[in-house]
Structure formats: structure tokens, C-alpha cells
Design a protein around this ligand. Sequence first.
Ligand code: PXP
Length: 248
Amino acid sequence: MTVLADGPRRLRLGVNIDHVATVRNARGGDHPDPVRAAEIVAAVGGDGITAHLREDRRHIRDEDIARIQAATNLPLNFEMAATDEMVAFALRHRPHAACIVPERREERTTEGGLDAAGQHNRLAPVVARLSDAGIRVSLFIAPEPRQIEAAIRLGAPVIELHTGEYAHATGDARASELARLADMAALAARNGIESHAGHGLTYDNVQPIAAIPQLAELNIGHFLIGEAIFTGLAEAVLRMRALMDAAR
Ligand code: PXP
């Protein structure tokens, strides 16, 4: 474990359970239930639950959020678009954290980072309203200096660095993506912002990310839920946890 100036810091693992709901919704019933997934994550020492209520409700549904919150004591990281509807929903449900993500209806997943730099005026009231309600706001952004600078201007306490480019790259391109992520986590830390990271992380690519000392949390979903089909969710979370710990 890396011992930082502020003491040893364990990298938290937040598990995104959206795709349990994707499988459930394929048949329109109530199985598999994302609440059961949240309970398993809690039982094996996961640090948080992440769920994204999309505008089109393609996986998590409105009623899932309160059920997930009631099921465990784990903090809920609520992923949301910066819309009035989602702000109102967050204010009603008061999750521990709200991660603001870009959302386009036609995308398969959250394909890019939030343009915090280009949307300051739209995001500022959203960050303020959520923060005033005691919700820890995080911005899901690409690892670019101008996005970090925008997060500073917006007063966001947390950023989540999009690791999608890193996950898809190979060879030298992957090494340079990794360096970009490490540099941006360091830039954020120098400005008092906590960094998280996520998207596309797997057993094979998580360790170089987990080794970045300024990161406080990883949020991992699709791969873990996919692995759960073969090994069970508990085993998948424990194995990811072990890989993360070994990298610190
Ligand atoms: N973090 C954020 C902000 C996301 O939008 C997602 C995907 O929903 C993830 C983490 C998890 O990505 P993946 O499902 O690829 O692990």
C-alpha cells in the first residue's frame, strides 16, 4: 500500500449495478433484482453502489433507487444527467453522491466525458443545488486540464476521470492515456479535488489505474456484472478488490 502524505489510503471500490437491471428488464419482470446485487456487494466489503437513472430508464428505474438505498448502509453514488428532472429526483432521494454524466439517448453507454468546460453556465446551478442539499457532487470528465480547471471553477469537490480511452487503447497509446490520467489526478489533488475513475475497467487493465496514488475510488460495472454470470458477483467483486489492493 502506498503511504501518502496524508496517511495510507485504501482505494474504494464502487460497484455499478445498472446491468443487473438491464438483464431484468430484458424480460420485464423482477429478476434479477439489482437490490440483491447491492446486498451481495455490501456483504463482501464493497465500498459503494453506483446506479445511473437514465432518461430512457433502460436499466435502473425510479423505484429501484429508494430500494437500493434502503437495502444496505453503503453510500449510493447516483449517476445523473444535468437535467431538471434528475436534479429534482436527486433532491428527493438525497444520495450520498451525485455523479453528473453526459447523456445521449442513442449512446450504448456513457461514451465520453462531460464537457464541464463548455457548459459552465448550465452546470453551475446544478452543482450548487445538489451541494446545497448536502450531496457530494462529482463530474465525470475526460482527463484533460481544461476539464479539471472547469471543475475547479464549478466548485465540484470530486471528479471522476473517464478511463474509457485508456481501456480501449493498446501499446504506446495506452501508456500515454495512463500518464494523462495520472497527471490529471495529480492536478486535481493539488487543487483540493478528490479524484475517482471508471469506465471499461477489467481484471486485466485495473492495476495500473489502481496504482495512481491520488485516486480515492474506482467505479466498475459492466465487467463485474458480466463476470458474475460465470463466477458469481461475490467472487467477481472480491477478485477485483484483491487486484486493486495488490496494485497499491
Ligand atoms: N463511472 C461512470 C460515471 C459511468 O457512467 C460508468 C458506466 O455507466 C461507470 C463508471 C462504469 O463503467 P463500466 O460499466 O464500463 O465499468
